[in-house]
Design a protein around this ligand. Structure first.
Ligand code: FES
Length: 331
């Protein structure tokens, strides 16, 4: 299978059959620049440095002759035609590198995990997909005008099928409207993304701490790591008020069965600000583990994240190795 090499990052990924180079990059969670995925915006233009490529679909974006002679081409319209292809292309390194998008999409379905929690499956049109990085957020707006800012729960490797987790809080009009909908698909506008993404430093172990549905943005990150087959050792500590709130337990079990590097613990605690000391003891063990070099990803309501940070401070865990998910919009 042909292999694509990205210059200057040196990242490599396979390009299967008639897959476009852009599709292959997304499947491998390589965050190349792009917009429409259909040959009209020109945002995915890369430069061929070595190897051969083949055009697989028409594109409307006008590539100037001089640029074409230098090797420029839209990555969404070409596939690899030699065993190895080297391309010069820009990659997003943080959430700030991703442009703001506004897409008229549809809610394909609401999977009711329980009376209290639902998984919203949004699908964008083929020609207008949502580009984002793990840990980022988006705003959903219903035709009746109700809207909600939510963390994206799915892997950036699928930019068309986007998942969100929603708690059916009686005081939340948006949640009430979605849970009250009986006919799917239904239109929805999706805007974003925003928010920082966990840095991909050289850490060898990652500890994820989440409370309730705030696990969503960490799920996005974990799925990307597992899809990439990264060498990270990942441990999840997921806290919730009640056993019935662990709505992703089957998925976590499946990941644990499939990946040696993945493990998780479910912790019932009815107060997000009161994290059992067993977690602190385990964190201390992680920090002292021979693998060293641990990063911690935290996602939860403020009382939870504050408590975790205090706990990390008490064991002198470096702040530079902590990522805290935030819903705050950029000012
Ligand atoms: S992504 Fe728009 S032209 Fe390729």
């Amino acid at each position: 299978m042909p292999r694509i090499v990205i210059d200057p990052s040196g990242k490599t990924f396979p390009c299967e059959g008639r897959q476009s180079i852009l599709e292959a990059a997304l499947a491998a969670s390589v965050a190349l620049n792009y917009g429409c995925s259909s040959g009209t915006c020109g945002l995915c233009i890369g430069r061929l440095k070595q190897g051969k490529i083949e055009k697989i679909r028409h594109y409307d974006f006008p590539v100037k002759d001089a640029d074409r002679l230098r090797g420029d081409f839209p990555l969404c319209s070409y596939t690899a035609a030699s065993p190895e292809v080297t391309i010069e292309a820009a990659e997003a390194t943080g959430g700030i590198d991703i442009r703001w998008q506004r897409i008229e999409a549809r809610i394909k379905k609401l999977e009711r995990i329980s009376n209290a929690i639902g998984v919203i499956a949004v699908q964008t049109p083929r020609t207008s997909r949502l580009r984002f990085l793990p840990g980022q957020n988006a705003c959903l707006t219903l035709p009746v005008g109700l809207s909600a800012d939510m963390p994206i729960a799915s892997c950036p490797c699928d930019d068309r099928n986007i998942e969100f987790h929603l708690r059916n809080d009686p005081s939340d009009e948006f949640a009430g409207a979605v849970f009250g909908t009986t006919n799917f698909p239904t239109p929805v506008r999706i805007e974003g993304p925003w928010g920082p993404t966990p840095e991909m430093a050289s850490n060898t172990r990652t500890v994820c701490l989440a409370y309730d549905t705030y696990i969503a943005p960490l799920r996005s990150w974990i799925e990307q790591q597992l899809a990439e087959d990264s060498s990270q050792l990942i441990t999840v500590y997921w806290c919730a008020r009640d056993e019935s709130d662990f709505y992703l337990a089957n998925l976590l079990n499946a990941w644990r069965d499939a990946f040696d590097a993945f493990s998780f613990y479910l912790i019932v605690t009815d107060d997000p600000a009161r994290i059992p000391s067993a977690v602190k003891n385990r964190l201390t063990e992680e920090e002292n583990s021979p693998a060293g070099d641990v990063q911690v990803l935290i996602s939860g309501p403020a009382p939870f994240t504050n408590q975790v940070r205090t706990m990390l401070e008490s064991i002198n865990f470096p702040e530079s190795s902590q990522y805290v998910h935030t819903m705050a919009r950029p000012t």
